[in-house]
Design a binder for this molecule. Structure first.
Ligand code: HEC
Ligand code: HEC
Length: 218
């Protein structure tokens, strides 16, 4: 039996609606993740200084630049403004082995560079940069991971690092490797109100090296 006109008409209407919805979906561009509108005067000046001072010879932002030093795309988010201000004025105060030269930046240059780093850290990178990979597929060793993941922002080992979390110089005397792995994956298993965030997203071999390294510290 033929469908009635009314049924046909409503089917056409539904189709037309669907067509509009799909078209709108295709044409819609999400707001640009680089926050172009937020490129203020200090951000632009910071970017100029970033190139002019040669920061990009050693550091990359979004993969562009040198690879002698950490990628700093997310550094502002991890370290925060006060840490960056102190660090850029005197990198020696936080030397972890490799040396960042003191580039004698003026306070106003530091302010601009921080504005630039703050801007860069807001770019939606979906978790990029990933944890650094070692050579030939080998996972980075424990201490490298400790630095690469900025655990040292909160924890000290042998006098180097932050004071927010416990000193880990003798962590192996306090906890087993399994316990430490659990802490890395879910700090709230041990302390429901922990301010340490979970690092569960890291590749298993990397977490394993990290836990093994910390468990070896006595
Ligand atoms: C000659 C190479 C070199 C140059 C040039 C250089 N850096 Fe660095 N930078 C390093 C190294 C190496 C480290 C890591 C030091 C460490 O871990 O102890 C570092 C660390 C940093 C960090 C801290 C990253 C973190 O979270 O631990 C920031 C921020 C930074 N540099 C910003 C800058 C800025 C801004 C400039 C330009 C004004 C610059 N760097 C120029 C080599 C360099
Ligand atoms: C934002 C600060 C912060 C960062 C970053 C951080 N932690 Fe923690 N961590 C803490 C605090 C605070 C504690 C104390 C216990 C708690 O609150 O969970 C802690 C506890 C620990 C402990 C247990 C220490 C003990 O003996 O009680 C280990 C092990 C540990 N962290 C490892 C790590 C590792 C590895 C990383 C990097 C992958 C890391 N933490 C990053 C803040 C931090």
């Amino acid at each position: 039996m033929l469908a009635s006109h009314a049924t046909l008409r409503s089917a056409v209407r539904v189709n037309a609606l669907l067509f509009c919805a799909v078209t709108a979906q295709i044409l819609y561009r999400p707001p640009h993740k680089a926050f172009a509108a937020q490129i203020s005067e200090p951000v632009a000046e910071g970017k100029r200084l970033w190139i002019h001072s040669g920061c990009d010879r050693c550091h990359a932002i979004l993969g562009t630049g040198g690879h002698l030093a950490p990628d700093v795309t997310r550094t502002y988010a991890v370290r925060g403004e006060a840490w960056l201000r102190a660090y850029l004025a005197d990198p020696a105060r936080h030397a972890t082995g490799r040396r960042m030269p003191n580039l004698r930046l003026s306070p106003s240059a530091i302010t601009s560079i921080i504005a630039y780093l703050a801007w860069a850290s807001q770019i939606g990178t979906a978790g990029w940069p990933p944890a650094p990979q070692g050579d030939a597929g080998e996972a980075p060793r424990g201490y490298e991971m400790f630095l690469a993941q900025h655990c040292d922002a909160c924890h000290t080992i042998q006098g180097r690092g932050g004071q927010v979390g416990p000193d880990l110089t003798q962590e192996g005397a306090r906890h087993s490797k399994e316990w430490i792995l659990d802490q890395i994956n879910n700090p709230r298993n041990h302390r429901p109100d922990s301010i340490m965030f979970s690092f569960a997203q890291l590749p298993e071999p990397d977490k394993n090296n990290l836990a093994e390294y910390l468990a070896s510290l006595r």
